[in-house]
Design a protein around this ligand. Structure first.
Ligand SMILES: Cc1cc2nc3c(=O)[nH]c(=O)nc-3n(C[C@H](O)[C@H](O)[C@H](O)COP(=O)(O)OP(=O)(O)OC[C@H]3O[C@@H](n4cnc5c(N)ncnc54)[C@H](O)[C@@H]3O)c2cc1C
Length: 414
């Protein structure tokens, strides 16, 4: 059929699935290897934002003004579980380095470059696969309940405008005109009309899974435990399974990618920022737009199955059980801005964002094995950047010049 390589992809989250569909469109035969159900990781329950209008990394000079207050509040927007503090220390030191002004500027440029491709790449993928029906172009409201926070948010809005993103600052009354279920505590904010979201991130995964299968792709159940690079490809060791030969291999295991990179001798400082949410079928409020409460570190996202309220960042690794008190805390904060909100019948969820200290993903050829490619670490932007990442992975595999300079996302940048 083609002289294109056959590509194995480990991990069938949104990044692996988008890469698979893009590679198929470019003539590759693809096989996804997934140890659970496709789309069952972080890609299942996220807030569904195509957040291409965000350009600021978490690692920013301003984070150090807010972080001490947050860290002192065990249910605040950003916490470190005490038992995980020693493990996360090296990551935090790199995070501090990435927050310095010059490094922050580099991260902003790299996020903006990738996010500029994010929605166009999704549009190309939706057009090719016929799966674009989930897009909602309603924009996003950034809202605050403290005048001081509105003033502080202006620097972030300026940064967005500097990147050509439209941001309209609004008073509390103007915000309530747009979303009458926001209460009188909202004192101001901004409308970002370009922001987009999907009606269901999990359903998006399942749509792509279906197309990949229909186009002859295989999805194998297996837990990959080791990788060895060879002259003509790579060998994958599966837990209680056979050794699989791949001509080209993509590692898209989200927050679990570190161990596989390490098996090739590449030490990537990947950790997880755990996030929490609750999805309420009948919330008693009706938002048309995505509502962000940046001051509290969470969002309210109107999706097909109701209102999804969540966010937060918790450093506690991949093994600790969820702390559901975090969901209760964010619900009580959400009720302050949306007094009629009810969370009866809500479904709680926790997910593992795959995060590097500089808030940039790894989209890179391995330095140890020429046929191995990395596509992980998208942190808060994995849904947003999945289609663009898929295109960049396909470019790397075929030796085509990528649309975005890949140097900032290199695996050996740390
Ligand atoms: C609360 C919350 C809200 C969020 N909101 C947004 C948002 O609005 N917009 C946005 O863009 N992003 C958002 N994100 C981030 C986004 O969800 C992630 O960046 C994205 O889902 C990562 O996708 P992924 O495919 O890399 O990882 P995952 O979806 O986690 O997929 C990785 C897959 O790899 C599999 N796997 C792992 N190891 C192996 C192995 N050894 N062998 C075989 N399979 C393996 C796993 O089972 C899993 O299915 C949010 C995240 C959270 C937690």
């Amino acid at each position: 059929m083609t002289d294109r390589s056959s590509v194995h992809i480990v991990g069938a989250g949104i990044v692996g699935l988008a890469a698979a569909a893009t590679l198929q469109a470019r003539g590759h035969q693809v096989t996804l290897i997934e140890r659970n159900e496709p789309g069952s990781g972080a890609s299942r329950g996220n807030a569904s934002g195509i957040a291409w209008t965000d350009v600021a990394p978490l690692a920013s000079p301003g984070v150090w003004r807010k972080a001490p207050g947050w860290l002192l509040d065990p249910l605040g927007p950003l916490t470190i579980r005490p038992s995980y503090a020693p493990s996360i220390l090296p990551w935090m030191l790199r995070f501090m380095a990435a927050s310095r002004p010059a490094a922050f500027k580099r991260s902003v440029a790299a996020i903006a470059a990738l996010n500029a491709e994010a929605l166009p790449a999704w549009e190309r993928l939706w057009a090719d696969t016929g799966t674009g029906g989930r897009l909602r172009l309603e924009g996003c409201l950034d809202v605050f309940d403290k005048p001081g926070e509105v003033a502080r948010a202006r620097a972030g809005w300026k940064l967005q405008r500097d990147h050509g993103i439209e941001v309209r600052e609004l008073s509390g009354a103007e915000i309530r005109e747009m979303e009458p279920d926001l209460g009188p505590s909202v004192v101001g904010g901004a409308f970002i009309p370009g922001w987009a979201h999907l009606d269901d991130p999990h359903a998006m995964c399942l749509d792509l899974e279906r197309v990949v299968r229909e186009r002859g792709g295989q999805i194998l159940r297996g837990d990959v435990v080791s990788i060895v690079g060879t002259d003509g490809g790579a060998l994958l060791g599966l837990h209680e399974g056979p050794v699989v030969h791949a001509e080209d291999l993509v590692i898209a295991c989200g927050a679990w990618s570190r161990r596989l990179a390490a098996s090739l001798g590449e030490d990537v400082p990947l950790d997880t920022e755990r996030g929490y949410n609750i999805t309420v079928p009948e919330p008693g409020v009706a938002f048309r737009r995505f509502v962000m409460l940046a001051g509290y570190g969470f969002v309210m996202s109107p999706i097909a199955r109701g209102l999804r309220i969540g966010g937060m960042v918790e450093f506690a690794g991949l093994k600790a059980p969820p702390n559901w008190a975090r969901v209760d805390a964010l619900v009580s904060r959400a009720k302050r801005v949306a007094p009629a909100l009810s969370v009866d019948g809500g479904e709680r969820w926790m997910g593992f964002r795959p995060s590097l200290p500089d808030s940039l993903p790894v989209i890179s050829q391995s330095r140890r094995a020429a046929h191995v490619f990395y596509a992980f670490g998208h942190a808060h932007h994995g849904l947003t950047q999945a289609a663009a990442t898929g295109e960049l992975v396909a470019d790397m595999i075929s030796g085509k010049d990528p649309a975005v300079d890949l140097a900032p996302y290199a695996v050996d940048r740390f």
